[in-house]
Design a protein around this ligand. Structure first.
Ligand code: HEM
Length: 528
């Protein structure tokens, strides 16, 4: 009491009281910030628990390293790896986030046991309002594994065989229809066009022609609204009654209803429905406990599949086209590869043709090495996790983060790592990955997490499709889709940079999936 009276009577306090309210608030706020910065810095300078990984220095509590990480995650990872080694912690929006890099870091995070790591706890706030209830991260992990199994089983060779002509036709048709490709030559903002080509090809192949046709009329705009809910800011504001969240919720209900109506329509068609798409397969799938997959779950899985594939495949195809504009001679080599293997008349592409075009395949592999759309893969820590070979134990208050893109551009595995060189995937290339030169081409250790045998990937520095129980089930479809899009595009066009040089546009890390900054214009010229 005495102290308070003394402070109240202090000349500084009396002087403060004579100031206007605005000035008092400003001084109070500045004092609060300065004090919290000072306490935060002192906290970092004091000796810490030596079992925790080193912490990246930061001035402001809560914000921590969010800004430097968010602006350019790969550079942030590489700089801190040089300082601290493969395992370190940084503060991301108030949460201590431990990064584990290199092949063993990837293995530690991605192949973590179910009792130790959890993906749904991180992702559900973002994905459930967009996908809908009872699927993917809004259900127990065992149910997700069954759902992934249904999806994987649907992607048979027979289905793939039917997809190549569908995708080829969509691409050719798109080039004919699109106003941006009207002239013999011109300039086009390529990511926008690739986003459309991706959604038309994926929806047609995976969801059937009825759904594909609705993308011309109603679904495209609704998917755009759904997409607005899929932004990093929604990790915190997913619940807020904001305009974009209201649009997201309306779009989710409308899109789900469209799918459910289509399911009823297709059931009524019976045997007359001959398509081999994923939707049809899910409509006829049954869980291990004997429950048929309900229509609303089929609808929600359809949204999830299209959203998962759309961002990654559309970003990858945009990067491929930008790389081809950067190096037109590679585009020419791709064309010549098809002429040589398939004949000068270039007959319609077939599924079997894709395996005969190694450069066409390497384009995708090399682009994913340098431009993997998912730069950070996160998991909640459910029980304290000792990091093998170190003294560190990651507490449950931390989030774990894997960044497979870092090992994919590490000179220890990929000579001349920053060069985009599709020929490096040939065994005798001077830039061939050391894993290929040492003949350890594939990590052979296989494991079944409930959706079929997959390679654990624990020794691989190259994991653009992830590893472990959450590994991508869309890898083969994405490869088929991208290879077909590239093969068709080189048949139609020659690309180059607008200024004729060989620069490359930067990466936009502001959304959840990294992609080229826009506009990203390239020059096209029709082939004779
Ligand atoms: C999971 C990458 C295309 C469906 C993943 C993961 C990665 C990835 C890294 C692991 C995420 C994690 O561990 O948290 C990619 C890339 C693609 C692509 C680079 C294209 C170039 C697709 C496509 C589909 C798809 C076309 C659908 C047909 C899925 C699904 C999961 C997944 C269902 C599982 C999520 C889970 O189990 O938690 N993908 N993906 N992806 N992806 Fe893909």
């Amino acid at each position: 009491m005495g102290l308070i009276q003394e402070l109240a009577g202090h000349p500084l306090t009396q002087q403060f009281q004579t100031l206007g309210l605005g000035t008092q608030v400003a001084i109070g706020f500045t004092t609060f910030i300065v004090l919290s910065v000072v306490l935060n810095v002192i906290g970092q300078l004091l000796p810490t628990n030596s079992n925790e990984p080193p912490l990246v220095f930061h001035w402001f509590p809560f914000i921590g390293s969010t800004v430097t990480y968010g602006m350019d995650p790969p550079t942030f990872f590489k700089e801190n790896r040089a300082k601290f080694g493969d395992v370190f912690t940084f503060v991301l929006l108030g949460k201590k986030t431990t990064v584990a890099m290199g092949p063993s870091g990837n293995d530690f995070v991605l192949n973590g046991k179910l009792k130790d790591v959890c993906a749904e706890e991180i992702y559900t706030v973002l994905t459930t309002p967009v996908f809908g209830k009872d699927v993917v991260y809004d259900c127990p992990n065992a149910k997700l594994m069954e759902q992934k199994k249904f999806m994987k089983i649907a992607l048979t060779t027979e289905a793939f065989r039917s997809y190549v002509p569908i995708i080829s036709h969509e691409v050719t048709d798109y080039f004919k229809r699109c106003a941006d490709f009207k002239g013999k030559s011109g300039v086009v903002d390529i990511p926008k066009r690739m986003a459309e080509i991706t959604i038309f090809t994926a929806s047609h192949a995976l969801q059937g022609s009825i759904i594909r046709n609705k993308f011309d009329v109603s679904l495209a705009a609704l998917y755009h609204d759904l997409d607005m809910g899929f932004t990093p800011v929604n990790f915190m504001l997913h619940w807020a009654p904001l305009p974009w969240n209201r649009k997201r919720d309306h779009a989710q209900r409308t899109v789900a209803k469209t799918y459910m109506d289509t399911i009823v329509e297709r059931r009524a068609m019976g045997d007359a429905d001959k398509e081999l798409d994923m939707m049809k397969h899910l409509m006829n799938s049954t869980y291990k406990n004997g429950t048929k997959v309900p229509d609303h779950e089929v609808a929600h899985m359809m949204i999830a599949l299209l959203m998962a594939g759309q961002h990654s495949s559309s970003s990858t195809s945009s990067w491929i086209m930008l790389r081809l504009a950067q190096y037109p001679h590679i585009m020419e080599e791709l064309y010549q590869e098809q002429v040589k293997v398939l004949g000068a008349d270039l007959p319609p592409l077939k599924y079997e043709d894709l395996a005969k075009l190694p450069l066409n395949q390497a384009i995708i592999k090399e682009t994913l090495r340098l431009h993997a759309p998912i730069h950070s893969i996160m998991r909640a820590v459910k029980s304290p996790m000792p990091v093998p070979g170190t003294k560190y134990v990651i507490p449950t208050s931390h989030t774990l983060l894997a960044a497979p893109g870092v090992s994919a551009s590490d000179p220890a595995y990929f000579p001349n790592p920053d060069a985009w060189d599709p020929h490096r995937w040939e065994v005798d290339s001077p830039n061939a990955p050391t894993i290929i030169r040492n003949a350890v081409v594939e990590d052979e250790e296989k494991i079944d997490y409930g959706y079929g045998l997959v390679s654990k990937g624990s020794a691989s520095p190259y994991l653009p499709f992830g590893a472990g129980r959450h590994r991508c089930i869309g890898e083969h479809f994405a490869n088929l889709q991208l290879q077909t899009i590239v093969a068709e595009t080189v048949r139609h066009y020659k690309f180059r940079n607008v200024d004729g040089g060989n620069t490359l546009i930067g990466t936009d890390y502001a959304s959840l999936f990294s992609r080229p900054l826009e506009p990203a214009n390239i020059h096209y010229e029709e082939r004779d």
